[in-house]
Design a protein around this ligand. Structure first.
Ligand code: M6R
Length: 612
């Protein structure tokens, strides 16, 4: 969703700001803009469309200011247009503001400002912020303290979520930033500071970051940063060293981030296993310390997430349930948070979020905490909002995921949660040790097996080439293959814009088979030896009705009129989704390429969904 960049230092700000926006493009946006403080006041340049268009704007190269803010907007209030693009200014052009999030009470604030004579130029919720700041500031001393007081009063009036960055024409040597329920980090350089919605956008400038918490304000000058709470009391904050390298945020010779991230899976899986699992040892999670008594006292475990992360939850439900002998429910965060689920101290809630910034997932976590359930966040982004809310955090080590379509995060989430299931089982001592050991051995082999799949992608590429013009497809499977079907179908929709449905193979006869007609593509996933024959029968039923069938399997199956069979390495069905999804990620990728679409930035989508 929207992205914020800010710079204060000794260099010309505009190139750094535009470069930062380019790196935030993956979050999804429809307009872009920047504002810098020039000799004669604040200059803003903005328009709908791509960040690159900013280079063509008249006068962009004349900007000399060494302090500035920038923004990519993903429209919520008001259509994509120049007027609605950020930065927004107050009527006197004293302040420029960029904002991520949603101001829920903006209508009320706007009306009260309009009554005082303030005029608005846009349809956005954001425009109330610079005007409100001005309204408070006009009665304050025109210095840093006056500005801080005006910002503090303003954000006390705001309901909703925000990350904001503010510059003031009267004070060209400071920038103020603040956040609530929307991400914002401050990077430290030498005689300079950077502001950004996420760390990767600034990694080529610095690897040292301060992570702002909800309700905090920062005042940046060229050689100092101070942090405050909403009442302007000092807050102390540690500088964090981030060990992601710049190349991990670049394409590294791949045509697209998505392809690079698919191919990074063997490494990402290995890194996520890391020191948590070693040969002949018990699984170890330093991040949590659960007793046998606590785990025994649980009567329900929830896995809560959105999109692909929720599909990772579906993929691990069987292993968690089997190893912990407890009921496990997988819930969509936006449903969970509004349906009054049964929660108490005997419930464990695990929240899965690559970005750690998904608004619904965070809200669902807060709900569980308010009902005394213990919460664990599974995230890929160090210091992300969810990690600061949860009782415990466990990180996947997938490395930065830039493509909107999630791939390596999904496989790493499954690995991590499978390890967590084994960890619980080893504490509970209710599962056969031999079985647990065999699962652990299999997990250690997964990076190699993933690599094996990626070594030959020709069959899946050819199949994608054959069918990319189609409009509808079906994915079917049973057990964990059904959960993979759902993820494969989501990937296809997201980046190829082809309609598809995922069905439990056994459900076909209960309705959807009516849609099977001559020439339609059905993709069958068959990795569970106990269920393979049943799914084969379902595939025969659709073939009889004219379907073209692609099979993904690790079983020996007879080639019964299938269009193509992709063989993948064998694995226990409890963890097979980590492997069976890989050819299907590639399938969506190649279809999207055949159609000439923007794989990394599919239409209407955002990488982190920070509004509900
Ligand atoms: O950052 P999160 O894991 O919380 O994101 C959840 C979903 O928005 C995300 O998985 C989305 O479905 C992806 N675009 C899937 O490719």
């Amino acid at each position: 969703m929207c992205g914020i960049v800010g710079y204060i230092g000794l260099k010309k700000a505009s190139p750094i700001l535009i470069d930062g926006l380019l790196k935030l493009e993956y979050r999804g946006y429809d307009s872009a803009g920047i504002a810098t403080i020039e000799k004669n006041g604040i200059k803003t340049m903005k328009d709908k469309g791509r960040v690159r268009n900013l280079y063509d704007l008249d006068g962009i190269n004349d900007l000399e200011g060494t302090i500035g803010i920038a923004h990519t907007r993903w429209a919520t209030h008001g259509k994509p247009s120049k007027e609605n693009s950020h930065p927004h200014m107050d009527g006197t052009k004293t302040f420029a503001v960029v904002h991520n999030g949603i101001i829920e009470n903006y209508q009320e604030l706007r009306e009260s400002l309009e009554e005082k004579g303030y005029k608005f130029l846009s349809a956005t919720d954001t425009e109330v912020i610079p005007n409100l700041i001005y309204d408070y500031y006009k009665n304050e001393e025109k210095n840093e303290t006056g500005l801080l007081k005006a910002v503090s009063s303003t954000i006390k009036d705001l309901k909703g979520s925000y990350a904001i960055s503010i510059i003031c024409k009267d004070l060209p040597d400071i920038m103020i930033v603040a956040r609530k329920d929307s991400p914002l980090v401050v990077g430290k350089g030498i005689n300079e500071y950077y502001v950004s919605s996420d760390i990767p956008a600034m990694l080529s400038y610095t690897k040292q970051f301060y992570l702002l918490n909800d309700g905090e304000i920062a005042k940046l000058s060229r050689n100092n940063v101070s942090f405050y709470n909403i009442n302007l009391e000092d807050v102390s904050k540690d500088l964090k060293d981030i060990d992601w390298d710049v190349s991990s945020c670049e394409k590294d010779g791949y045509e697209d981030y998505m392809l690079k991230e698919i191919f990074e899976q063997p490494t990402a899986i290995r890194e996520t296993i890391g020191s948590r699992l070693k040969n002949n040892e018990k699984v170890n999670f330093d991040e949590i310390n659960f007793s046998k008594e606590y785990l025994k006292s649980l009567n329900h475990i929830y896995l809560v997430a959105c999109g692909t992360a929720m599909h990772a939850g579906l993929a691990v439900k069987p292993i968690l349930e089997k190893l912990c002998h407890t009921n496990v429910t997988v819930d969509i965060a936006s449903e969970f948070r509004y349906r009054d689920p049964l929660l108490d101290e005997h419930t464990l809630c695990i929240y899965i979020s690559q970005s750690g910034e998904t608004a619904d997932t965070i809200a669902a976590l807060k709900l569980a905490k308010s009902k005394n359930a213990k919460t664990i966040a599974i995230s890929n982004v160090i210091g992300s909002s969810i990690t600061r809310e949860a009782d415990y955090t466990i990180y996947t080590h997938a490395g930065p995921e830039i493509a909107v379509a999630s791939t390596k995060a999904y496989t790493c989430q499954i690995i991590l949660l499978s390890l967590l299931s084994i960890y619980f089982a080893e504490i509970l001592e209710i599962e056969d040790t031999k079985f647990l050991n065999s699962l652990k051995e299999e997990i250690l082999l997964l990076p190699k097996k993933a690599l094996n799949i990626l070594n030959d992608t020709s069959k899946i590429k050819n199949f994608a080439h054959k069918i990319y013009k189609e409009h509808d497809m079906f994915f079917i499977g049973r057990g964990s293959d059904y959960s993979v079907s759902m993820e494969a179908s989501l990937k296809l929709k997201e980046i190829s814009y082809i309609h598809s449905e995922a069905y439990a193979a056994g459900e076909l006869k209960h309705g959807p088979i009516a849609l099977i007609e001559n020439g339609i593509t059905v993709i069958g996933i068959l990795t569970d030896p106990n269920l393979v024959e049943k799914t084969v029968s379902n595939l025969q039923e659709v073939i009889t009705r004219g379907a073209k069938v692609l099979v993904i399997t690790n079983q020996e199956i007879e080639s019964k009129n299938y269009e193509e069979i992709i063989n993948i390495p064998s694995a226990n069905p409890l963890i097979s989704p980590v492997l069976s999804i890989i050819p299907l990620q590639l399938f969506s990728y190649y279809i999207s390429k055949e159609k000439g679409l923007d794989v990394d930035k599919p239409r209407n989508l955002a990488k982190s969904v920070t509004v509900e």
